[in-house]
Every structure is written in C-alpha cells, then in structure tokens.
Design a protein around this ligand. Sequence first.
Ligand code: PMV
Length: 353
Amino acid sequence: MKMYQFLKTRHHKEFMRDIQSQFVKNILTDVCTNPKESGAAFAPSNIALCKYWGKRNPSLNLPVNSSLSISLGSLGTRTEIRLHDTPATWADRVYLNGQLQPPESSFVQRVTSFLNLFCPMLGNVHFEVRTENNIPTAAGLASSASGFAALVIALDDLAGWGLDKKQLSMLARLGSGSASRSVYDGFVQWNAGSNSDGMDSFAEPVFKPWQEFCIGILELSDARKPVSSRDGMNRTVETSELYKSWPQQAAADLKTIRAAIESQDFPLLGKTAEHNALSMHATMMAAWPPLLYLQPETIEQIHKVQRVRSKGLEVYLTIDAGPNIKLLFLEEDEASVASTFPGLKTIKPFGSC
Ligand code: PMV
C-alpha cells in the first residue's frame, strides 16, 4: 500500500487524532475556559501567490515549504457556534449557507472531527455551527481556508480563551493548512518551521499594503473538485519525480515575491506568482495516478492571458487545486482587464471591493 493510501485508513486516522489532540492540549495548557452561549467570527479567504504544496507531517499539517498569500478582504466565511449540553441523542448540527448538512457528509465530518479535538476543554457538549460562505465552497477558491480560520476564531470567542493570532493560526492550520494564513488580512507569510512538534509553523502578516493591487476571480466551474488538495498533495509528494525540485523553487519564489512586495514591483510579483502556480501544476501532472485539475476552459484562459500580456496588458494568473483562475493586475488596468475577461469579479484587498 502506498503511503498516500495508508493516510486514508481508519488506523492512521486514529493515530492522527491522538497527535492532534496532544497539539491542541499543548496550545491550551495555561489557558482558562470561560464559555458563553455563542461565539462568532469572520475570516477572509486567501489566494496563495507562492503555494503551499506538500506536507512534511500530515497529522499536524506541517508543510514542506513556506508560502505567501493575499487575503480577500470581505470575501470569506462568517461562522457562529453554540454549545448544547444535551443528551447523547442530540448530534452536532452544521448549517452551510442556511441549509442543515447531512451528518454523514464529508463537510460535517471534517467540521465535527475538528471541533471534537476541543471537547476535553469544553466538556461533554454538542455543537451547533452556522457557517455562511460568500465564495463557492470547494471550487478552488479557498473556502476551507476561511472556513477553518472563522471556526477557530468563533470557538475562541465562545470559550473565552483570548488566544493570540499566532496560536489561532496554528490551530486553524490543523483544520486546513492554508487556513493558518486566513487569520490575517493583506499579504501573509506562513513559515513552514522545522520543529517536529509544529510549534514554529504559523502565519505572520507582511504589513505592506498595496492599494492598487487587484485580484480578478474568473469562475469557470463551481463543481466540487474530484480530488481534495489534501489527497492531491500527498499523492504528488509520494509519486511525482518533478516534486523533488519543488521545495527549492518555492523557497526562491517566496524570496522574490517578498522583494517584489517590498519594492512594489508588480511585473516581478506577477510573473513569479504565475510561474510558481504553473510549476505546482506540473508536479501534480507528473504524479501517478496523474492529477489534472485544469479543464479545457482553464487552458483556453491561460493562453488568453499570455496573448493579451504579449500585447502589453500587465495581467498575470494563479491557479489553485481546481479549474478556476485568479488574475493579478493593478487598478490602472482594471477597465481593460474587465472588458477582456467578461464576468470577472474584481477584488481590491486593500481598498473597497
Ligand atoms: O489548505 P489546503 O489543504 O486546502 O491546501 C491548499 C493548497 C493550495 O490551495 C493549492 C495552495 C495554497 O497555498 O493555498
């Protein structure tokens, strides 16, 4: 059995839970719990400009490489949590965009198994979670990032822990790696860290606003992806020869993107982010069985971006583990980009949307 297949077995899931529970206990060691009736929070979605791809520890979601993202302002997830100390006949309830989700769905399973990690501090309780996304769920628009960040911040609000952002980032990371970055606005760097206990792997803000920076969401499909990023990256790490060069490239790209943000050098940022995303997809295509998230319409739009850029329009792209494209451009080109790509939804992470 390959490692990426073993990671899905019951035996491994139990092993993983023990490690995660211990990690949660470590973070909450000296923290007092003063629960109130409910807690609520909003967290923005984020788009990585230098991608997180590959875990050095799948139980604690410790990444192989550091990554850097931009948070999407008011686009993200709002979550409210309530506690019920009702008898065992009552199961956790999870609502997504107003709809009660089936308990056996993978969405509910992921949310409740994450929340159960916190039961030792909260007692024998059930959770009622109401979560609203203003971005499509699981279509490569990073809703799990904002989802787990909002869940952790709402839980902190409910339990009265008063955790700092570094602790919130590490707890969100357990739900979904990219969620570690969604506890901040603006540009955010997630440091991979090197400790095996995961205590040095958390996100930090870059504190460098860039008012003119725009992101355009080109939504080509809202279908759920057939392979989750979690499974996709495990398979890539294990079976793709091309993955061997990824950690080195990601480290160099991160450095270049940081420098480009510092000096507000947009072409340098754009081309490094685009190169980084396409290189990540190359590592996936070289996995076995191969992973191909790009659809025919994605390829068509990649060619279009290259074509219009060769004619002088300063626009670049990035793509996550899905078929949708995110365009990167500056405010001065907003009108030209919008007319070239009909249906584009433009976000100004540092300004009004
Ligand atoms: O956090 P996950 O497990 O959903 O993985 C995210 C992976 C990418 O979106 C492809 C890259 C990234 O850094 O967000």
